[in-house]
Design a protein around this ligand. Structure first.
Ligand SMILES: NC(=O)c1ccc[n+]([C@@H]2O[C@H](COP(=O)([O-])OP(=O)(O)OC[C@H]3O[C@@H](n4cnc5c(N)ncnc54)[C@H](O)[C@@H]3O)[C@@H](O)[C@H]2O)c1
Ligand SMILES: [Zn+2]
Length: 389
């Protein structure tokens, strides 16, 4: 076969050439729930290793905050299954969520000799640790697969099906990051047993959000069992139902919008008024705590519009108390702060406010404007719910 090139142009006054390429990136990831992942008779992780990386070394990064006995169990598990596991323990905490920690993981991957494919690095820890490991995996050798095993309730219910990784930089949250979903996530609720109570309550802020926007049954579960769920660190008969509903709810909302191209997202409920307050009062309010107060404040706006009943707003307040969440921070009474938050939110969403607003418990729509009078009235209602006359 011969190919004939077109005749060369008579004159060549500099090259002009434009090429357009559109490529599609195939993403496939999987989540499995299995309790007691590190019990030696549970072969899920060992089978995963045999299927994907037989004979390979395995790089594992664990959260330094995990109890000693759990870290020993993790090492013993891989040894019992004759997997050549190399473990890096990273100090955890938001203050260490930076590029230096990412580079420490990169150095570790080099030392272990991790290859480009078929040798996923495993992260075991809170979302801070997982955001670091996921980001390192996304840039190492232009991207290697990683496996996520969350050990905080927040990591289980908010993050487990997310594609986002990242670290803080120059004082800005998640300023450096990537979309690089873990190829596999393993959820084991027994890993949550050692979590401090405040961390459990904090995650309940995100579970409450999910319940309010789309799952009245999930709200009922929190209302009926919230107290015991928190007191037992989610080692309770209803914990599986709550975790499952929260994960499935998140998955349904994210799966068709993984790259966040659609900026009208009901999962942003509770995340419009809270960000500037959360940043301003660090460390007084954890993320889920600030989100929960925002959920209540925004419900008060919906109440004025007749979209949710007075009783249902009171039920939200009661559930927050039950799961150990704060129901007020003085900054939520400052209408100027809220006006600023609305302006910021518009900037992030290409000029549209897209404020999710409840239609009763378990349903949600959007509004494009909130007046200063409404903000004043919602702040007064928040104060009133918290006992002010
Ligand atoms: N990638 C995403 O989609 C996504 C989603 C939500 C949040 N995030 C990020 O997650 C971070 C917050 O996550 P987090 O709440 O998991 O915080 P975290 O990772 O800081 O964990 C909270 C605390 O619990 C400790 N800990 C973890 N597991 C433990 C266990 N089993 N027993 C005892 N202590 C344990 C941690 O070391 C830490 O001190 C933020 O940086 C946020 O930006 C990311
Ligand atoms: Zn959140």
């Amino acid at each position: 076969m011969t190919t004939t090139l077109p005749d060369a142009p008579a004159t060549t006054e500099g090259l002009t050439l434009s090429l357009d390429t559109t490529a599609v990136l195939d993403i496939r990831y999987r989540l499995d729930v299995s309790d007691n992942l590190f019990a030696q008779e549970n072969t899920l992780l060992a089978d995963n290793h045999r299927a994907s990386s037989l004979g390979e070394r395995r790089a594992i990064v664990v959260d330094g905050a995990l109890p000693e006995n759990l870290r020993e169990r993790i090492s013993a598990y891989f040894a019992a299954h004759e997997i050549d596991a190399h473990v890096l323990t990273l100090p955890s905490g938001e203050a260490r969520k930076d590029i230096d920690s990412v580079l420490a993981v990169v150095e570790f991957l080099d030392t272990v000799g991790v290859k480009r494919t078929g040798n996923a690095v495993i992260g075991i820890g809170g979302n801070v640790l997982l955001d670091i490991v996921g980001f390192a995996a996304s840039i190492y050798r232009r991207g290697i697969p990683w496996i996520r095993i969350p050990t905080t309730l927040l990591g289980v219910v908010d993050g487990c099906v997310s594609a986002k990784t990242g670290v803080n930089h120059r004082g800005a949250r998640n300023r450096l990051g990537s979309f690089h979903p873990a190829e596999q996530t393993f959820i084991d609720s027994t890993l949550l047993a050692s979590l401090p109570e405040r961390q459990i309550s904090n995650a309940c802020g995100e579970i409450l959000k999910m319940a309010l926007i789309k799952d009245a049954t999930l709200f009922d579960l929190l209302e009926q069992h919230g107290n015991e769920l928190v007191a037992t660190a989610f080692q309770h008969p209803q914990a599986h139902a709550v975790i499952e509903r929260a994960i499935v709810g998140m998955h349904t909302e994210l799966r068709d919008n993984l790259w966040e191209r659609d900026l009208q997202r009901i999962v942003d409920y509770g995340h419009i008024f809270s960000p500037p307050i959360e940043m301003a009062v660090v460390p007084d309010l954890l993320h889920g705590e600030a989100v929960a107060i925002d959920c209540l404040f925004t419900a008060a706006i919906a109440e004025q519009r007749g979209r949710i009943s007075k009783q249902d707003v009171e039920r939200i307040h009661a559930v927050m108390t039950q799961v150990g969440l704060p129901t007020l921070h003085p900054m939520f009474l400052d209408v100027e702060v809220h006006r600023h938050a609305l302006a910021e939110s518009r900037l992030h969403r290409g000029g549209a406010l897209n404020l999710p607003i409840l239609d009763g418990i378990g349903a949600c729509g959007f509004t494009q404007d909130v007046s200063s009078n409404e903000l004043e009235a919602a702040a007064a209602r928040l104060a009133n719910l918290n006992g002010a006359r």
